[in-house]
Design a protein around this ligand. Sequence first.
Ligand code: FMN
Ligand code: SF4
Length: 508
Amino acid sequence: MMGLPDWAVQAMSVLTQAFVLALGVLALIALVFFVIDRTQTSDAIRRNYPVVGRFRGLFTTLGEFFRQYFFAMDREELPFNRAEREWVYRSARGEGGTVPFGSTKPLTPVGTAIFANSAFPPLDDHAADTQALRIGPTAREPYDAPSFFNISGMSYGALSKPAVRALSRGAGKAGIWMNTGEGGLTEMHLDGGCDIVFQIGTAKYGVRDALGGFSEEKLREVAAIPQVKMFELKLSQGAKPGKGGILPAEKVTAEIAAIRGIPAGQASISPNRHPEVANTEDLLDMIAHLREVTGKPVGFKACIGAYGWLEELCLEIRKRGVDSAPDFFTIDSGDGGTGAAPMALMDNVGLPIRESLPIAVTILERHGLRGRIRIIASGKLLTPGSVAWALASGADFIQCGRGFMFSLGCIQAMKCHKNTCPTGVTTHDKRLQRGLVVAEKSEKVAHYANTVREHVEIIAHSCGVAEPRLLRRKHVRLVQANGRSIPMTAIDYMPPDESGPADLPAQD
Ligand SMILES: Cc1cc2nc3c(=O)[nH]c(=O)nc-3n(C[C@H](O)[C@H](O)[C@H](O)COP(=O)(O)O)c2cc1C
Ligand code: SF4
């Protein structure tokens, strides 16, 4: 070539040859893929459109990651939209829950809750601190729970070691309880000095004997730990009612297997229900037994679908005497979260908390048990508005799971069951856990809990009451199909034809 030095000519020639060679290799690979795609029988698109059909799978996978950054609107995604996630991230960073310009929340969808503000809200010096609320007045060691907002059950196994440790430390700093979930109690749970609610799942991990039944000895050992304040018997969880806990095989490490008393490397599948609890009578027997052995408040967790059994339970309590009542009832929403669950159950089974909470409260009120059985609500109650709604609807406490996962850095990548969580929250891969720095994240957990409480208080004051637990249904209005809102008190959550057997006189 004219004017070009020899070395440049040589370089261009080498580059051209390399380019031709690369093209040749690519063509060869494409040919191999073409033959494979054309002859395989499992994928129709690849069989009809060899090679190019493969890009569909690639784009679908990439779309999962990039949609939330480039395409989804602020209020669009599920299970949580960007506005909700960002609110948690900001709160967790200690930046408060204040935003500029105006709300992006659409207020017209049917069922949207709008709080009715008072014309004359209390002045700041009239606002009251929310007091501790006693759970289990008849237990040998009742629990005066300091906070209305707490951490829901998520097992060590579903969560990583640093995640559990950061939650424990954050809970300790914020003065809230942490529920163990069904994977048993570990040194990480106790690390932050927080109050612990020990959950007994259907496989009884942590308090299980060699045959998979209760070990009273282990129960007593757990109950003797001062940090353990209550026991929660898990009947069901909103994400998978009627199905026991699932920990996929790749997440059952040797350590987790030892804690649970199961073989390593095999999926940990809990039974669909406690074999000993087949009806409401068995449930009360079991609760009485656990309370007797542990001396601490005992309640149960369930997702409500059919609710005739709740009426039966109340009648049975009335028959046996009010002391036989569970000390609390955790109601989990049908759209609650999970480490792993069948989509068929997740998408289709169990009432959402917006419906089940007011129904349960109404049933307990009818039977005069509302004050005796404390209500704990869970399921997408992660922002001040939803927490305030639950308190106004009759909850005494809120347990939140995924809000706290966001405070740990979860980006909603939805890989919790695969041991490849990119933020270290739900993986046992040490390399990925490096991203979750316990000292830093525990601060975020505490900031988040404190900000939620502070902003629920702001809503309560705006409604004219001195503290969040004074919020009532009359403070909430729900948007109807015609675009107008009506007070929540106007809705009959238990029409007469759905009521249970005859009402009993109130005894609170
Ligand atoms: C990773 C993960 C693990 C969970 N593990 C348990 C468990 O062991 N026991 C249980 O009762 N619920 C478990 N849950 C459900 C939560 O406790 C909670 O009921 C549900 O997620 C709804 O609350 P949320 O919307 O605030 O997350 C788990 C949820 C998640 C996301
Ligand atoms: S980042 Fe993804 S995989 Fe990790 S906890 Fe969050 S949703 Fe699960």
